[in-house]
Write a protein that binds this ligand. Structure first.
Ligand SMILES: Nc1ncnc2c1ncn2[C@@H]1O[C@H](COP(=O)(O)OP(=O)(O)OP(=O)(O)O)[C@@H](O)[C@H]1O
Ligand SMILES: [Mg+2]
Length: 425
């Protein structure tokens, strides 16, 4: 499995919004004022089209946090491209504001707008949009060329980023000599060379074959992890949206149906449209250990010794307990039999009794990657953070139930064995 860019969720507490859209409308046609009033009064897209106005984007508001991958997802014609073209100032909204790093670009025009665009945003396009008569290197350096950066400097930068996207050695080739995936690597390098904080990507991988597309998604996640760019990524592919997005905005007929993490959208769809949309999603590739884990109640602190361990297991009616340090770092597990024998022998410490080969998983592990560890472990698999602190456990039955209906319960009486008792008690 590839790394997931989860720098916004969970780990970072303070978030900074770098892009903000507020009540944005884009209506194409003549009677846009009348159409907007109708829409505000609750008219449907169809009713507005009847007066000759195409409501491409309707009352859209959202904020994108620094370092986030924000995916805009919707079917063809839902308004994705219109929206992204307003985000980079190529299209002026009918009404509403768009702030890039605190500057409302809808109030700018001419040179001022051009400057903000050059400094703040770069685009990556579906069909790469490379110059065919320029080398890969010159394509990558383009953004700096139009900013009059000296030749040596811009070529050095371009080489650096081409290397980063895996194109070292291809600098002097021409786009036509490259496969689609490689051409889009140039497209990404070119956007990175510009040095802007925000990347806007409109269906950037949609023209690529499925396997290449997967590779490019992985590349993007890696780059995002390394460089911390803010990315607005547009796609009509739900799986791509869920794989890449820290958050996803679901667009329909120009309106936002829901904004949330993949898990939020899957577990708690805002309406029937969204629910139907996500019905066929492979949950195991979206849900993570953190969303299916349970609290382990059979847990003892090592300092309590065998006596405390026996007590906890007796109360919880389990045949084993997890043993942790004062600060809840996982030390191992102990069986009820071993602890009871230690008490009989007069031992006061759990030293020597611990099973220590537990191999915890991280909270970001995809459920799809949990099957093997869960199947191979005699105990529920432990979920632990980077410092080894125990966050929860995943018993086998929970894993299966989570895939069934997302609620974590099976409805039926689950088969009970030691493993489940250890976790559920
Ligand atoms: N300049 C325009 N004049 C009139 N209608 C337009 C214009 N640009 C876009 N539209 C209409 O606005 C709606 C949204 O178009 P948009 O291109 O934003 O959709 P999209 O979600 O990007 O679709 P796709 O997935 O096909 O790229 C469509 O119905 C489109 O026909
Ligand atoms: Mg489009």
């Amino acid at each position: 499995m590839f790394p997931r860019a989860r720098c916004v969720r969970g780990t970072r507490k303070e978030t900074v919004s770098i892009l903000r859209a507020q009540s944005v409308y884009k209506l194409f046609g003549r009677k846009t004022g009348e159409a907007q009033r109708k829409l505000q009064a609750g008219a449907s897209a169809k009713e507005v089209r009847a007066i000759g106005v195409m409501p491409a984007v309707v009352d859209v508001s959202f904020e994108v946090e620094q370092g986030e991958i924000f995916v805009v997802m919707g079917l063809s014609g839902s308004g994705k491209s219109t929206l992204i073209r307003m985000l980079n100032g190529l299209l002026e909204p009918t009404s509403g504001s768009i702030e890039l790093d605190g500057t409302d670009i809808t109030k700018l025009s001419g040179k001022a707008l051009l400057e903000v665009r050059q400094q703040k945003v770069s685009m990556v396009f579906q069909h790469f949009a490379l110059f065919p008569h320029r080398t890969v290197l010159d394509n990558a350096a383009y953004a700096l060329e139009i900013q009059d950066v000296p030749k040596e400097e811009r070529l050095t930068k371009a080489r650096e980023f081409l290397k980063l996207v895996g194109l070292e050695g291809w600098e002097e080739r021409f786009p036509s000599e490259l496969s689609g995936g490689m051409q889009q690597r140039v497209g990404i390098a070119r956007a990175l060379v510009a040095g802007t904080d925000i990347l806007l990507m409109d269906e950037a991988f949609s023209a690529l074959d499925p396997l290449i597309r997967r590779e490019m998604q992985e590349l993007l996640l890696e780059l995002q992890n390394d460089l911390g760019k803010t990315i607005v990524f547009i796609t009509h592919d739900l799986n791509e949206a869920m794989r890449l997005g820290d958050r996803i905005a679901m667009l329909r007929d120009g309106r936002i149906m829901q904004i949330g993490t993949a898990e939020e959208i899957l577990m708690d769809p805002a309406n029937d449209y969204v629910a139907e949309f996500v019905a066929d999603v492979d949950r195991s590739r979206v849900l993570t250990a953190s969303s299916v884990m349970e609290k382990a109640t059979s847990v003892v602190e090592a300092t309590g010794g065998p006596r405390a361990a026996v007590k906890v297991m007796r109360e919880a009616q389990t045949s084993g307990a997890f043993v942790v340090s004062r600060d809840r770092k996982l030390l191992g597990a102990v069986s009820a039999d071993a602890a009871a024998k230690a008490v009989r022998d007069g031992a006061t410490s759990l030293d020597g009794l611990l099973m220590t080969d537990l191999e915890p998983v991280s909270p970001d592990t995809l459920v799809a990657d949990l099957f093997t560890p869960v199947a191979e472990s005699p105990l529920p698999v432990v979920v632990a953070d980077e410092s080894g602190r125990m966050l929860g456990v995943i018993p086998r039955v929970t894993l299966l139930a989570a895939l069934g209906n997302g609620s974590g319960t099976t409805g039926e009486n689950p088969p009970i064995d030691d493993e489940e008792v250890l976790a559920d008690a």
